[in-house]
Design a binder for this molecule. Structure first.
Ligand SMILES: *Cc1c(COP(=O)(O)O)cnc(C)c1O
Length: 445
């Protein structure tokens, strides 16, 4: 599918971003030249997926589309029980309604923003146990999504009775689309068994994680991606899935369960929040498209092309000495904004300042993964300053060419050359109490 894009002038962009209150989410898509805001729901579907759309069964109950998706979930992940939902955060809402209560502790590698939001909304605590190496962007480590098992062990020991589950985010979005190794998954599973605590995956980019295991972990180089995925999920008790990522659809998601008992508890919430059990917020045609997209995502050649495009962009930036999280992750390049804009105080939102500069420079939309997204501490209401301030350049699947990547690299290079002239950032005019970055309003300091 081809869409025209509009090339605006700097004057137009200055006017538009001001009107958007310096929040990139408030821009209209036609005001964006190259859109790297997210890889979520922005990917291009295949001819097979489009033909599946035509075969959608829109029966309220028991649609063939439901069974098609059920078969994909079983074949790929090995789960006998599943519930369709409209997107990943809906999966979190339904599952956490069963499992998370006030005062609970939910440890894992770095939680995704909506995951953390759904934990904190229930007055529970999301505990980040990612390895320290993940926060040093220059340090090369093949699996910067890994859990520090020593830290996890001490958390499990200390809070055993308050921990409803451990959650592994595959790949780990917050540290840069970084993978978790099979060994680390196994070690976490062993700890989960030792303390009799379930292990759940936030599996939005499961296929990219499997690709990195194949490329970077000893013993997996000759295994096929689906085989690696099967092994990864053999260690999980349940999964939440945003189909908008490695499901390669515009909208959709699901929850997978090993045990019928947990599935059964979740069904009530699914009916309340999402829809009946055999569609849960998705049209039949969308379930068909996702049933196919999940399989397509495990194709090695597709994954190889995708991850190499990400690496291509990272290398164009590194050529210009622009600091990025290394090695490159799966779905995005994470620019280290703290190293890039050294004169902007962190209280003025360094990453957001660079996001806005990049938009003004080239009409390129990116995402802030920094202080705005980290939100305020629920108790003290103070800003939480994360270890890293990132500008995330997320690549939609099967959409842009490397020519587009060259434009992005040039625009960032231009900013890098005048970086010392950028000395101030933004202040908050208005913000929501939770997940503020989506709707925040800002003004230049
Ligand atoms: C996108 C995402 C979610 C939430 O999914 P939505 O479909 O956006 O609601 C949860 N976890 C991870 C790791 C994600 O990338």
């Amino acid at each position: 599918m081809i869409e025209p894009i509009y090339r605006s002038t700097r004057e137009e962009r200055e006017k538009w971003i001001k009107k958007a209150r310096y929040n990139i989410f408030n821009l209209q898509s036609r005001q964006v030249y190259i859109d790297l805001l997210t890889d979520s729901g922005t990917s291009a579907m295949s001819q097979l997926q489009w033909s599946e759309m035509m075969l959608g069964d829109e029966s309220y109950a028991g649609a063939s589309s439901f069974y098609k998706l059920k078969k994909s979930v079983k074949d790929i992940f090995g789960f006998d029980h599943f519930l369709p939902v409209h997107q990943g955060r809906a999966a979190e809402n339904v599952l956490f309604s069963v499992l998370v209560k006030k005062g609970d502790i939910v440890p894992g590698n770095a939680h995704f923003d909506t995951t953390k939001g759904h934990v904190e909304y229930r007055q529970a605590t999301a505990l980040d146990c990612t390895i320290r190496e993940a926060y040093d962007t220059n340090l090369i480590h093949p699996f910067k999504g890994n859990v520090d098992t020593e830290i996890l062990k001490s958390v499990l020991e200390k809070y055993t009775d308050s921990i409803p589950f451990i959650i592994l985010t595959l790949t780990c979005n917050s540290t840069g689309g970084q993978p978790v190794s099979m060994q680390n998954i196994k070690d976490v599973r062993a700890l989960a068994d030792k303390y009799s605590i379930p292990l759940i995956y936030d599996a939005a980019r499961f296929a990219e994680n499997a690709y990195f295991i194949k490329l970077r972990e000893k013993g997996y180089e000759d295994k096929a991606i689906p085989e690696i995925v099967t092994e990864m999920f053999s260690y999980a008790d349940a999964m939440t899935m945003s189909g908008k990522k490695d499901g390669i659809v515009n909208m959709g998601g699901f929850i997978g369960f090993r045990e019928k008992e947990l599935w059964e508890k979740a069904t009530t919430f699914n009916i309340m929040f999402e829809g009946y059990l055999t569609y849960g917020g998705m049209a039949g045609r969308d379930m068909n498209a996702m049933a196919s997209g999940l399989r397509e995502a495990t194709d090695f050649d597709y994954l190889d092309t995708r991850v190499r495009q990400t690496e291509y962009l990272a290398n164009r930036l590194l050529d210009q000495r622009i600091p990025v999280q290394q090695p490159t992750g799966g779905h995005a390049v994470y620019v280290d904004a703290t190293k890039f804009l050294q004169k902007v105080p962190r209280e003025e939102f360094i990453a957001q300042t660079l996001v806005i500069e990049l938009y003004l420079e080239g009409g390129i939309r990116s995402a802030e993964i920094g202080t705005l997204m980290a939100d305020r501490d629920p108790q003290t209401r103070e800003n939480r300053f994360p270890e890293n301030e990132y500008v995330r350049l997320a690549l939609p699947r099967r959409v842009y060419t490397n020519n587009h990547m060259d434009v992005v690299a040039t625009a960032l290079g231009n900013i890098y050359n005048r970086r010392n002239k950028i000395t101030s950032g933004y202040r908050i005019l208005k913000e929501a109490p939770i997940m503020r970055h989506f709707t925040i309003e800002l003004a230049p300091v």
